[in-house]
Ligand binder design. Structure first.
Ligand code: DGY
Length: 419
């Protein structure tokens, strides 16, 4: 569809701030971590050098301890809350938020290398390797301090799947304090019915305050943060990223790094079992502060094959869940199980469909040999964009676009799948 291709390219170009891209005007006026990395995939379909620039600029904000922050505040924009003064961080060269976001970068960097015939990409990848390694080391040190082989998030926003029902119980346990009066900006850009509730925001800010109180010291954050939940989304994305990092390290002849990454992969393959819920027959989140697993299937449960975990038991049960969910909603993959009591088709991460999640799930299913379900996801994503436009996310029931409009990662996934 040439018209949609053109619109998608225009969205990326118009959201481009000169080397980095905002997710959408109004709602998200800065550089977001995993948004940018998916955006790079989109740029790569028509401008590979620009794709690299996107990721290089993200890594310019890497903290001294190795973390790559979830938002880089390269300029002040009063239309967004919470801005840099609320975060109060001091860990890196660019004002930023204080936690990270799903580490898709190594996977996309490997994709960019694969897509390039000239060898130039490899030169750019070499430069990013030490930064990638440090970010992954940071994840293991401070988001898996007990060496379980799974990664936790210290804030729902670190998962990128902000108000998923999986966070509810752990979030309710966060004491609301040190926040003072504040004014949200998100609900002035989009319909409040599509956004988290105030009681969630109070706690989002309380977690930030608790981390600010320990100076965002990563060790202290890991020990004391009131929210510490192992996330199948970040865990699977990281495991997959490590497999791609290993291929890069081998290709570049970095033997010591390759050996280090092999150890991480072994640990995480074993650790993923901690997230397996035997009743649901799927991977779920685990509150590390209480030892309790959550009781719902999210779109991240379907990322196990993307992480290379496609043994027969996992694959067969995911296929069963896939077909059950497909019989309930018109468009796959809802962010939360439509049979779960906390499913809401239009509220942020409690039901809607995201294009880039579909892209990752489909990739895993195709790699596991299930092209039928992979194609279904690709077709649904194309239908959603044709129906709802390049929205931030979509209703799984009627395809209505929701959240922010002219959204960069939706455009990027369209282009990636079209090319
Ligand atoms: C927001 O402000 O809602 C963002 O999702 C945080 O990353």
């Amino acid at each position: 569809n040439a018209d949609l291709d053109k619109t998608a390219r225009t969205i990326l170009i118009e959201n481009d701030q000169g080397g980095y891209t905002i997710p959408t005007k109004g709602l998200y006026p800065y550089q977001w971590n995993w948004d940018s990395v998916f955006v790079a995939l989109g740029f790569a379909t028509f401008d590979q050098s620009r794709a690299w620039r996107e990721i290089e600029m993200l890594f310019e904000g890497q903290w001294r301890d190795g973390m790559v922050p979830h938002i880089l505040f390269r300029k002040d924009d009063p239309s967004y809350f919470p801005g840099p003064s609320v975060w109060g961080t001091d860990g890196g060269p660019i004002p930023s938020s204080g936690h990270s976001q799903p580490p898709v970068a190594a996977t996309v960097i490997k994709d960019l290398v694969d897509a390039d015939g000239s060898g130039k990409a490899l030169e750019r990848a070499v430069k990013l390797m030490p930064q990638l390694m440090n970010w992954h080391r940071w994840y293991l040190a401070y988001r898996d301090p007990k060496d379980l082989g799974v990664l936790a998030v210290i804030h729902p926003w670190e998962s990128g799947r902000d108000n998923l029902p999986d966070w509810d119980e752990a979030l309710r346990a966060v004491e609301v304090k040190d926040i003072g009066p504040y004014e949200r900006k998100d609900t002035s850009h989009v319909d409040p019915a599509m956004r988290p509730h105030k009681e969630d925001y109070d706690r989002y800010l309380s977690i930030m305050a608790a981390c600010r109180n320990v100076g965002w010291d990563p060790q202290k954050v890991a020990e004391t943060c009131p929210f510490f939940v192992a996330d199948p989304g970040v865990t699977f994305i990281f495991l997959r990223a490590n497999r791609d990092l290993l291929i890069l390290a081998e290709r570049l002849g970095l033997d010591a790094e390759a050996e280090e990454v092999r150890g991480w992969i072994r640990k995480m393959e074993a650790g993923a079992k901690t997230l397996w819920n035997d009743e649901l027959k799927a991977h779920v989140a685990l509150n590390e502060r209480t030892g309790r697993q959550t009781d719902g299937i999210s779109s991240a449960s379907f990322l196990a094959p993307y992480a290379g975990l496609a043994d027969q038991t996992t694959l067969t049960s995911l296929q069963g869940h896939f077909d059950r969910i497909a019989s309930k909603v018109r468009y796959l993959m809802p962010s939360y199980d439509p049979d779960h009591r906390n499913y809401e088709p239009l509220r942020y991460w409690r039901g809607p469909v995201w294009a880039m999640i579909n892209y990752m799930i489909a990739r895993g299913f195709a790699e596991a040999g299930d092209n039928e379900r992979a194609n279904r996801l690709r077709q649904d994503t194309a239908d959603l964009i044709a129906t709802g436009g390049f929205a931030e996310y979509f209703s799984p029931e009627n395809g209505a676009g929701a959240g922010g409009g002219t959204f960069s990662w939706t455009a990027a996934i369209w282009l990636t799948w079209a090319s």
